[in-house]
Write a new protein. Sequence first.
Length: 341
Amino acid sequence: MTPFRYERADDAAAAVRLAADPAARYLGGGTNLVDLMREVVERPDTLVDVTALARGIAATDAGGLLIGAAVTNTQLAEHRAVRERYPVLARAILAGASAQIRNMATLAGNILQRTRCTYFYDTAGSRCNKREPGAGCDAIEGFNRIHAILGASGSPSPACVATHPSDMAVALVALDATVHLEGPAGARAMPLADLHRLPGGTPEHETNLLPGELIVAIELPAMPFAAHSTYRKVRDRASYAFALVSVAAALDVEGGTIRDVRLALGGVAHKPWRAWRAEAVLRGAPATEATFRAAAEAELADAVPLRDNGFKIPLATRTIVAVLGELSGTAVHAELTGEAA
Ligand code: SF4
């Protein structure tokens, strides 16, 4: 590990000041950043510890929740308002990592964690455009079972086919969360759906944060039908594994018709993937298996599989259909509910 300086901030303004150097990094629970430093993928010269900031969860005047960036995953998953009003979020958090890691990991750290592409971590022998721009990408012709099927493009091949690993971020994107930021130029906010980027030709730029910006809170809007929501994660083993495919969904059905819906996918793209196309198919349509399948197929129409991950397309289709069937109380064909890859 490369030597670094450690600073502890007492408030957001001090944190932003201490992190003015481009080689500084904000430190939350450290559950990903410290691993990256040990592997010499990240070499910050300063760590600014922000775990003393923003540890609360409060109701907003608009009827939503404002969640401090340093709230731990465990605190958030156990919070009564989250469990009752946004169960998709509590379930996504509990589907991620181990209890020990959830006790340490913070909200902001979780959504800013970096891909688990094995070539990204292999500094000794693998080419990686994300780690070293212009170097190439060994995943494209390599073992790419866990990689992206949506949102990666480029000629003659994409620059990067990594996936975003966070479960929590998928649920937050489905819930129309807003990110509140503090930075050298002041405070601002943006939809969480706009925080992460697709790789394009610059996979080293993973977010739309400006230099030195700090996430201080995430806001959830009032969304009464989100009380009827869930998260399903399909993975290679029952715990402590990243998603092959995951689905976050909230569904509002009345009289057999879908009044409203929120849908997002994990494990399929460089960012948490809001399923806008599927939502458009679903709104106003009958809550039937045929509708759910049409929505899934619309969302996955542009999917481009790699050598080892073509299974993700039918798997994502089946998982979307099964989750919407569960939330709507609609019986779906038995083969659609299977989780095996
Ligand atoms: Fe690097 Fe992305 Fe290629 Fe993985 S998929 S090796 S992170 S460029």
